[in-house]
Design a protein around this ligand. Sequence first.
Ligand code: 13P
Length: 334
Amino acid sequence: MNKKTLENTVSKMMSEPKGLLAMDESSPTCAKRFASVNIEDSENNRRRYRELIVTTPNLNNYISGAILFDETFHQKMSTGEFFRDYLEKIGILPGIKVDTGAKDFANHPNEKITEGLDKLRERLGEYASHGAKFCKWRAVITIGESIPTNACILSNCNSLARYASLCQENNLVPIVEPEVLINGSHDISKCDEVTKASLENLFEQLDIHNVLMSGTILKPSMVISGDNNKSRADVSTVAEMTIKRLSDSCPNDLGGIAFLSGGQSDDEATSHLNMMNKHNKDLPWRVTFSYARAIQQSALNAWRGDDSNQSKAQEILSGRAKACSDASVGNLST
Ligand code: 13P
């Protein structure tokens, strides 16, 4: 592990006023997103869509790193250039999602365990040799009747720590993502309680596995009411409770924090981030975004697979990326 290399990558990823763009939907997830706007699911359409994203004018003013799926990492653009090389050329660090998905957790109905540790060392070596600078692993924690269980939290956090230490062995910055799902009718205090348990377990496991904190980025969900809760907490409450949770549960030497959007509307995802950054100027780490849907969805809706909609879709994408960037420094105009 080269501490300097890892810290240097972290500082590029966390540079102001930028954040991360998650465009690492697995092929089945991408198929779902395409189906919602009647786009045929094919490798060529996935390439066309991702090419539209990365060639959006001025994207590099707002985005410091892009998380790719394996197919895109090894794919060439219509120009014949690899996506990963094009991104590096325009100053956006290429990253790669390396987990192989959240699967049913044996003996634990309605819970998931993320897989992907088998042969991970070899896969990471290959990604690094092709220019990847960072990785992502997503664990899923579901709130429901008698869940999450300790077993689910512990097993997922243990896998995240094993993944993170293998990444650092290969000088790749690990993004550790313990996503507490927004789905449900729970209130914000329940979300806070589960987020606390998840973060505390995660940092304990990372510590046990000697993971370098300054070479690690946390990708958390916000502390927020369930999407079916009848009286959802307002923007200030979400911002305050999220910052309090992170301040209480994350070590000061953590490299940085970049939220997922997790099914929030575009406006919610930017307003919450803006409120956090507007009122908290002296946090020990940068607090930014690593959104997929809250950057991409409105552009995908406008594109619908039709080349004649490309510039409109790119304009929308650029607008979303700018709004997220403004929110990441507390400067979003409302
Ligand atoms: P969303 O922002 O759509 O939640 O996706 C972020 C992500 O990368 C989930 O792993």
